[in-house]
Each structure stands twice: as structure tokens, then as C-alpha cells.
Design a protein around this ligand. Structure first.
Ligand code: F3S
Length: 292
């Protein structure tokens, strides 16, 4: 059985940076808080917990002298102010690309545009972007974009992990109802490269495995893209969820992973599939990597 692992599978640059910053903070201070889960990957969270990281939802737990890590999704400025006001040491691991979305959204507002954020209103990144604005408008579906009224001016930014097809559709709809439309495509290239590569790989193999947290929006999007091209696509968090029956008659397997999936989880899955399909066409780390 041939195994092809997507080149872009796994941690993106921003997540890698955030995890490194968190581990450095733990090495320096012995323990640290993180507001929410640092990344959407249960097993990596367990590893960080063992190193001394405490994941909290309620900022009231934070006391003077505590270290608090801000995850790559970013937060509203009021959160940082609150933590600093408590006397905490803030380690801001917000991805610089997300910071760039904050800057662009605020610039649009300063220029007098009402600002629309295309993204999931419940996602921490979108909550963080909205927290930088006075009156954010948020739309996460085509229906919501259609329901927006006609406007003389509108500025648009989007969640860095937004689906490119939704972005295209939303912008074409807005172009018909807004006289002056200023759009920043803030989809992170790490996301679009991963999505493009997944679509291509899904079309080349018999079975696709998409590895990542079930609560990870970027992994779920990869799964949806893959499934639309290849019905034999499966979203798993680890090798333990793989059913050998999925590979019946399959000659090739494609593997990709969301931006918050650590390399060691991917390696476990690759090894598992390799063991299932002994004697296949293997190269590199025991697998073929796609050209991307
Ligand atoms: Fe940053 Fe892009 Fe990753 S925005 S956190 S590098 S998906």
C-alpha cells in the first residue's frame, strides 16, 4: 500500500511558535496558566499539562506574579489589560498573522468602514478580532452574508482559517450590495496551502486520513474538503480510532493533519498504516511526501 503524507501536514509556523513559547515559559517559571486550550489537540494538551501548564477559562484564578500564556488565536485588548492589571506576567503567543488581522480590522474602522469579520463567531480567534472593534459585524455562512443589508461602505477581514470557497462566495455577494467595498484577504497561507494540498491528495489516493482534534476548526475544514473529493475520507484524532476495514482493497492512502497536530501524532498514524500495508511503495520517512 502506498502512503502519501501531505508536505504541509501538522503544526503551522504560528502554532509551533506558540507551543515553543509556552514550553519556554514553563521551563522558566515552573508553572503557567493558559487561557483556554493552547491548541486544539487533546494529546498535546495532556503533554503540556504534565509539564505544569494549567488551562483555565476563568481569569479570576490569575493572581499577582502568575504567568499567563496567550495562545496563537489571540485575545481582545481588554483581556491583556485585565491580566496586566492583576500583576500577571503575560506571554503573548498570538500568531503574528492574527495580529495582522487585528491591525487591518482596526485600520478599516479608523478609516470609517463598518467592519465585517467572516468567520465563526464562537471561535476564539474571531472573538479576539471582534474585541479590537467597536461594532463588529460577523458572518459565518452564505445565508448570513445574503441577509446583510445594502451598505454604502464596508470593510472585510476574515478568520485566518476560513474556507477559501466561502470567502470567494461571500465577497461576490457583497460586491453586489456594497458600493465601496474594501477587502483584506487575511486567510493564512498555511491554511490555503494545506487546503489546496488536501484537495489534490484526496483526488490521488483511495483512502484519506485527516488527523487532528475533533474540536479543531482547521482540521474539520480539511476533512470536509477531502470528503467532498474522496468519500473514503476519515477524520481521526489518533491511530486508536483507525478501523483497518477502511483500507479494504485500497492501494494508496493519503495522510494530512491540521495545523494543531503534533508531528509525533502524525508519525504514530503513519507507522500504524505502514504496519497495515506492509510491502507497499515506501520512501523517505518510510513514506512518500506529496509535492504540494
Ligand atoms: Fe498563524 Fe496561520 Fe497558523 S495564522 S497560527 S500560521 S494557521
Amino acid at each position: 500500500m502506498e502512503i502519501k503524507v501531505a508536505k504541509s501536514a501538522g503544526f503551522c509556523w504560528g502554532v509551533k511558535r506558540a507551543v515553543n513559547m509556552a514550553v519556554e515559559a514553563l521551563e522558566k517559571d515552573g508553572r503557567a496558566y493558559c487561557l483556554g486550550e493552547l491548541i486544539h489537540n487533546r494529546r498535546e494538551i495532556e503533554r503540556l499539562r504534565k509539564l505544569g501548564m494549567d488551562f483555565i477559562e476563568d481569569m479570576d484564578a490569575v493572581k499577582k506574579g502568575d504567568t499567563v500564556v496567550i495562545r496563537s488565536h489571540g485575545v481582545a485588548p481588554s483581556v491583556i489589560e485585565f491580566l496586566k492589571g492583576r500583576g500577571a506576567r503575560v506571554v503573548d503567543a498570538t500568531c503574528p498573522f492574527v495580529k495582522d488581522v487585528h491591525e487591518k480590522a482596526m485600520k478599516l474602522e479608523r478609516e470609517g468602514y463598518p467592519v465585517l469579520i467572516l468567520g465563526n463567531p464562537k471561535h476564539p480567534e474571531v472573538i479576539g478580532i471582534a474585541g479590537h472593534l467597536k461594532e463588529p459585524i460577523i458572518a459565518s455562512t452564505v445565508e448570513e452574508v445574503e441577509a446583510l443589508p445594502k451598505m454604502p461602505r464596508l470593510g472585510v477581514v476574515c478568520q485566518t482559517t476560513l474556507n477559501l470557497n466561502f470567502f470567494k462566495e461571500a465577497i461576490s455577494l457583497l460586491a453586489l450590495k456594497v458600493k465601496e467595498l474594501k477587502v483584506y484577504n487575511t486567510i493564512c497561507s498555511a491554511t490555503s496551502i494545506r487546503q489546496r494540498e488536501t484537495r489534490k491528495l484526496a483526488g490521488q489516493v483511495d483512502v484519506m486520513l485527516i488527523i487532528g482534534g475533533k474540536n479543531s476548526s482547521n482540521t474539520t475544514k480539511l476533512y470536509q474538503i477531502s470528503k467532498s473529493v474522496n468519500p473514503r475520507s476519515y477524520h481521526v484524532e489518533s491511530k486508536d480510532e483507525i478501523d483497518p476495514a477502511w483500507f479494504e482493497g485500497a492501494k494508496s492512502v493519503g495522510i494530512t493533519a491540521g495545523a494543531s497536530t503534533p508531528a509525533w501524532v502524525i508519525d504514530e498514524v503513519v507507522q500504524f498504516v505502514k504496519d497495515l500495508g506492509k510491502g507497499g511503495v515506501l520512501s523517505g520517512r518510510g513514506v512518500c511526501q506529496t509535492a504540494g
